[in-house]
Design a protein around this ligand. Sequence first.
Ligand code: AQP
Length: 336
Amino acid sequence: MAKPRVLSGIQPTGELHLGNYLGAIRNWVEIQQQYDSFLFMADLHAITVPHDPTKLAANTYQVAAMYLACGIDLNHATIFVQSHIPAHSELAWLFSCITPLNWLQDMVQFKEKAVKQGENVGTGLLTYPVLQAADILLYEPDKVPVGEDQKQHLELTRDIAARLNYLFGKPESPVLKLPEPMIRAEGARVMSLADGTKKMSKSDPSDLSRINLLDPPDQIQYKIKRCKTDSIRGLTFDDPERPECNNLLSLYMLLSNQTKAAVTAECQDMGWGQFKPLLTDTMIAALKPIQDRYHEIMAEPGYLESVLRQGREKAEAIANPTLAKVKAALGYSVPV
Ligand code: AQP
């Protein structure tokens, strides 16, 4: 029997960090044996915010190499570049014509990011969730692993599919399959090293706010030494008054693969002077094999190119028939 399919992606908007790893890639690795995984680099989404064209292609390759370095196994997963598959853009256009404008204006992420961009906000930022719906629905996945922040966009994806099925399908033979969200009970939300209430992010102007997966040991040591803490002795999880403490303890727990109870017992009487070197060493040790593997992959560009070529072929074999199905339902002629 075919394995159920999952689909997920990351935007190549900069260096990947611990948030991307613990919140996304590591989970993909954990579930990959049970699913047929389609993992892509969302380079079309990457230009919804101002971007540097001289870096886009290199960043896209680096994210692909990082997926592999973190343990994505090509026996279970297909890795591809979003812009290599024209069906994504084409389906997004078709969807945008059946998506009411007010559905998009209600998206929380649009409202938040639009404020940051002021008057220069691009149309792409508003229509981004329509492209995301196309990304997902093209592959007819059973499940879509998403963080809490993306739940609203997945609901929109389901709404767009349901609307298209209602307008152009028959109840007994829907055009598109509705995917289910896969939200982990205990989601890792990694917070900024400079502010425990803000998410760690590639676009934060301060590099000291995040640990990049490729940071060398001395950089990690420096960033942990400088990161925000508090002056309370003893370390505890889940104290709303101590968001930085919760974040750093959670990082230690996740990177040392221990339970919360074990970390609580180990760290409850520690001060920062004792805990920070422990966290630093754990982080360096956890990232070393990923970094070594990454550099091996990047030293062999032919290999990565062949992975992405095969990925494109496998992805297109699924995406193109879905697009054809939607176009037929909308009444388009087939080119002769
Ligand atoms: N801090 C985080 N904690 C947990 N998960 C996170 N993810 C990102 N940051 C954290 C997860 O990584 C995946 C891909 O994210 P993305 O690059 O497509 O977009 P993002 O969520 O907007 O990531 P960034 O780093 O914050 O990028 P910028 O700054 O470019 O917007 C998603 O699964 C996300 O949940």
